[in-house]
Design a protein around this ligand. Structure first.
Ligand code: ADP
Length: 580
């Protein structure tokens, strides 16, 4: 099955498949680079949205909580009897971010506050040189938020100063200390060390670090390598209150990994902070990996599909090839067969050609012999010297030869009519007795002269046959003529007739030379003579039996021969009974 041709086509096929798979992998690798940047961009966009949400929420919270203090400070009745104590309690509970709320009177002394345990009552700013913010709000009339610091109360927080005026007169300041713990608890988030939130202010001071890497109050810039431009760039943008994404490389015990950062500003009165949200590059890698896995699955399925389809196509082509080969073999066989039959036809044609030549020479001979006899006789007669007896003999010879030629021409005309189906049959009920009598009478002279006995045995009750009377006579004259012709002196020729169902069989038998079985099947062919030399002596040119057969069959009958060389021959003619 795996011949050389098939092996080559398999190699070509394998190369095509490999090229196909190779190009798919190439395109896949190329797509990966793009996929990576797209996924990273998408990831950072999402992260930035989250950061914006966190920063916005923190900003809202802080501003809203300080606004509560502003509302308290702007009460119509001015400083109430209880020095804001009841409002402080309410705001403290509602706001939930203050460590303490205090009221500092115009002299800079803490005069009230809530919760009481956190209030340093009587503490005076002037005596402790802590008047800057107090005087600032007094002079500007604006809320002021101090930079977050570790306070004397022992917490890390920012001071919110809200001035109180009564009829345009400065009456003191409300002070709310916001602890970072309290802010953060509002945004309780879980984090692992790689994904965390941090907050810096506009000077780079770390206000909150969820990863607990850096201490609060320290400056991020101090922790950052001056050559780490990526990280410095991010920090710079944060300090300038911008919003955006960035990434930087970070050393880890296992080497280095890159960190994705999104940042968004928080504006809280005069304070400008920035929330940063970090994720490790691995997060993107994980997503990309899952994308890769999907892509690889698709690619693998595609490759398998291509392999499957290609193998199917290959099998179809192989089968097609085989079918073609089989078809070609079949056609070749058919061609050989038709070639053989052509050769056979050619041989037959050559045979026919030989027969034709034989026929021509035979016909010429048959025509020439009587002509020669007639010419010689005529010349004798012309000389007018012969006596009357000789003259009569010569004239009889001429007449015999004319008859012989006329018979030959009649035979030729008959065979041509039979073959072209132009022979007319005048079918009628015919008495076999009468026909055979007539035929025997016709042959009588010849049999007598040859010394061959003629006998007829026909039952009187034999029914008539459906036939053309004259043609029937022609048939039996022919058969009897042959029988006598091929029977030696003292032999005999007999005609028998018998019923056989709807038919009547007439058997012309002789005790003549017989016919060899190898010739028996050919003797009904036209121009066929077993021994042309003897035939020629006996006259005839091989047309007699062909005409006989044509006439018998033209009358819906049949003819066959049974013979044994040296014993004799039996020609059996089967005819239809009349009136059936
Ligand atoms: P022809 O007219 O030359 O006799 P036929 O067609 O009548 O031709 O006969 C064909 C050949 O069949 C003869 O040449 C002869 O050899 C053979 N044949 C015909 N009848 C007989 C017979 N009764 N006995 C032996 N041979 C016969």
């Amino acid at each position: 099955m795996w011949n050389k041709k098939n092996r080559w086509s398999l190699v070509v096929f394998a190369v095509i498949v490999l090229l196909l798979i190779g190009s798919i992998f190439f395109l896949w690798m190329k797509a990966n680079v793009e996929v990576r940047s797209i996924v990273e961009e998408q990831y950072q966009t999402q992260q930035l949205i989250l950061t914006q949400y966190v920063s916005y929420s923190i900003g809202e919270l802080l501003n809203e909580r300080v606004l509560l203090l502003e509302v308290v400070a702007q009460k119509q009745q001015g400083v109430p009897e209880d020095l804001f104590m009841s409002e402080f309690e309410t705001v403290y509970e509602v706001a939930d971010i203050y460590y303490v709320l205090e009221f500092i009177d115009v002299n800079g002394t803490v005069v009230s506050g809530y919760p009481v345990e956190n209030v340093p009552l009587g503490f005076n700013l002037y005596s402790n040189n802590m008047t800057w913010a107090f005087e600032h709000v007094r002079d500007t009339g604006q809320v002021y938020i101090s930079e977050p610091v570790s306070t004397m109360e022992g917490i890390f927080g920012a001071y919110a100063w809200v001035p109180v005026f009564e009829n345009g007169q400065f009456r003191g300041s409300i002070l709310g200390i916001v602890s970072d713990e309290n802010i953060i608890k509002q945004f309780e988030t879980t984090s692992d060390s790689s994904n965390y939130v941090y907050i810096v202010n506009d000077k780079g001071m770390i206000l909150y670090d969820q990863s607990a890497t850096y201490e609060k109050g320290t400056n991020y810039l101090d922790h950052t390598d001056k050559n780490d431009t990526d990280r410095l760039h991010i920090l710079d943008a944060q300090m300038r209150g911008m919003m955006g994404n960035g990434k930087y490389w970070q050393e880890t015990p296992d080497g280095s990994e890159y960190v994705l950062v999104s940042y968004s500003p928080v504006n809280w009165y005069n304070q400008r902070w920035s929330v940063g949200l970090t994720s490790p590059g691995d997060a993107v890698d994980d997503i990309i990996l899952s994308v890769y896995v999907k892509l690889f699955t698709v690619a693998a399925v595609s490759v398998l599909f291509i392999l499957f389809v290609s193998s199917q196509v290959y099998i179809i082509l192989l089968n097609w090839n085989k079918t073609l080969e089989r078809e070609v073999e079949k056609k070749t066989r058919e061609l050989q067969e038709s070639n053989e039959s052509l050769t056979a036809v050619n041989i037959k044609l050559k045979e026919l050609d030989g027969l034709k030549n034989e026929f021509l020479s035979m016909v010429s001979h048959e025509l020439k012999t009587p002509l020669t006899a007639m010419k010689t006789s005529s010349e004798f007669l012309l000389e007018d010297r012969c006596d009357p007896a000789v003259r009569n003999q010569l004239l009889a010879l001429i007449v015999r030869n004319v008859d012989r030629q006329a018979r030959l021409v009649d035979d030729l005309l008959d065979i041509s009519r039979i073959e072209s189906n132009r022979m007319k049959f005048n079918m009628e009920p015919v008495s076999l007795q009468e026909v055979l009598d007539h035929s025997i009478e016709n042959i009588h002279r010849l049999s007598e002269s040859k010394g061959v006995a003629l006998g007829v045995d026909i039952p009187r009750s034999l029914p008539a046959v459906l036939a053309d009377r004259d043609k029937l006579i022609q048939i039996f004259v022919n058969l009897l003529n042959n029988a006598v012709k091929f029977t030696q002196r003292a032999g005999s020729v007999t005609v028998l007739a018998q019923e056989s169902g709807d038919n009547i069989e007439v058997i012309v038998s002789d005790t003549g030379i017989g016919i060899d079985p190898s010739h028996a099947e050919h003797i009904f062919d036209k121009f066929y003579q077993i021994d042309s030399t003897s035939t020629r002596t006996a006259g005839g040119c091989g047309l007699g039996l062909a005409i006989t057969k044509g006439l018998v069959e033209g009358m819906n009958g049949s003819i066959r021969v049974e013979s044994e060389p040296g014993i004799g021959s039996r020609f059996i003619v089967t005819l239809k009974k009349a009136g059936i």
